[in-house]
Design a protein around this ligand. Structure first.
Ligand SMILES: O=C(O)CCC(=O)C(=O)O
Length: 257
């Protein structure tokens, strides 16, 4: 464990192969494909859409399989290592880099966030639903950049261009990547015939805004079924969260919309 934590501190990310078993990966793929089908052209529009990709937002609301997964103790202990003990879910989205999409995402920090006096406040967990390879749109990261206190759009001439220090985060389906989301990162272009699918479980420090205001986007039925632990993680009935989230409706680190 200490090697994992050291890597998370040092490089700003850690890769945990075989975190989700095959049955779970298969079930998640089926779930998100059925939601893509159901939502059609509107998929992702409840948060944002992205050229060359299919996206889904608000996944806690859209399938019961998601709830136990966002509460996974081992994953949350790594998130707490980054953010401190008091955390909440910020959003749960899916992203599929589509075949031959020719779209490299700009390097960015999620929510355009820079650590404050209390340290990091955003942490992203990428659940690989397909193998991530060098050429199918793997995540790219610039190790160590989470401590730079700068955003790539301010520090780099061209955040889309390949960074000299970037590495591709590859792995097999079922791998979990935990990312200090101040780390400069982005999805690479997919030059293969197959989609590269992932779910992003994005967490925030308790005092900071949620990317998507869960209390407003979850249906009353879903909220009624939550246990105390889940309500807390989603910040349901949390007045401080409502205030800070509604006052800061930033959507994304690289598309300022
Ligand atoms: O799916 C990926 O590889 C990364 C996507 C990402 O960083 C984002 O959409 O903000």
């Amino acid at each position: 464990m200490s090697k994992i934590l050291h890597q998370l501190d040092q490089d700003g990310y850690v890769v945990l192969p075989d975190f989700f078993d095959r049955a779970c990966v298969r079930a998640l793929r089926l779930v998100i494909e059925s939601i893509y089908l159901q939502e059609g052209e509107l998929a992702g529009s409840d948060f944002r859409q992205e050229a060359g990709c299919r996206r889904l937002a608000n996944l806690v609301n859209k399938h019961p399989l998601m709830l136990p997964l966002i509460c996974n103790t081992e994953m949350l202990s790594l998130v707490r290592h980054v953010l401190g003990p008091d955390i909440k879910l910020s959003s749960l989205n899916a992203r599929s880099a589509e075949p031959h999409n020719n779209q490299t995402q700009p390097l960015h920090a999620d929510m355009g966030a820079i650590p404050d006096d209390n340290g990091p406040w955003v942490c992203n967990c990428v659940w690989m639903l397909d193998d991530f390879t060098e050429d199918n749109g793997a995540l790219r990261v610039v190790p160590g950049s989470h401590t730079s206190l700068q955003l790539p759009q301010d520090a780099l001439e061209d955040p889309v261009a390949e960074h000299p220090d970037e590495v591709a985060v590859t792995g097999t389906a079922g791998t979990l990547v935990v990312l200090n989301a101040h780390l400069w990162h982005g999805g690479r272009a997919n030059s293969t015939r197959f989609p590269r699918r992932a779910i992003h479980a994005f967490y925030a420090r308790r005092d900071k805004p949620q990317q998507q205001f869960q209390e407003r986007i979850l249906s009353p039925d879903v909220i009624a079924r939550l246990n105390d632990q889940q309500r807390h993680l989603l910040a349901i009935g949390d007045a401080e969260n409502a205030e800070v989230t509604l006052a800061n409706q930033t959507q994304s680190g690289f598309l300022k919309s």
